[in-house]
Design a protein around this ligand. Structure first.
Ligand SMILES: O=c1ccn([C@H]2C[C@H](O)[C@@H](CO)O2)c(=O)[nH]1
Ligand SMILES: [Zn+2]
Length: 154
């Protein structure tokens, strides 16, 4: 099920960019504020112009207020852009948890949040704790038959 990292080829992502995505997703866990779950998650998003945006999960004393690493990262990207046409120019999204055995996968809310901006073909790379294992799926594979902005046109 999991692939050896060295064999992973992500469409549209150079091997150098892949290494950087992995490093930044793992490193971003250090930014996590997760005193309630003690479950750190890091994320890194690569855009079409080669920009890397990172983020981590931010929890709250009112537990339901937690924001996942993926949504932190996406909100950082969207609110950093002056040019709205860049909002949808995503190349790859990578995430990492601390588990060495399993590769973390995005929750349902985050899958839908990614769906708002990314193409269905977006590669999503999911790493284990030290980046030696990873899973790669497209957004469409993680969120089949999805509902998105275009569906609101009536
Ligand atoms: O893909 C995931 C899954 C969980 N979390 C966070 C939310 C919460 O802070 C903690 C435990 O669910 O992990 C993420 O950031 N991303
Ligand atoms: Zn989530």
């Amino acid at each position: 099920m999991y692939r050896e990292n060295k064999n992973v080829v992500v469409p549209g992502v150079t091997p150098e960019q892949f290494k950087e995505l992995r490093e930044k997703a793992l490193e971003a866990r250090n930014l996590s504020y997760s005193p309630y779950s003690n479950f750190r998650v890091g994320c890194c998003l690569l855009t079409e112009d080669g920009t890397f945006v990172n983020g981590a999960n931010v929890e709250n004393a009112s537990y339901g207020g937690a924001i996942c690493a993926e949504r932190t990262t996406i909100v950082k990207l969207i609110t950093s852009l002056n040019n709205p046409s860049k909002r949808r120019q995503w190349r790859c999204l990578a995430i990492s948890g601390d588990s060495m055995d399993t590769c973390i996968t995005p929750c349902g809310i985050c899958r839908q949040f990614i769906r708002e901006f990314a193409p269905l073909s977006l590669p999503i790379v999911m790493f284990n704790g030290d980046g030696t294992k990873c899973l790669m799926k497209t957004l469409e594979e993680l969120l089949p038959l999805s509902f998105g902005p275009d569906d609101l046109i009536h």
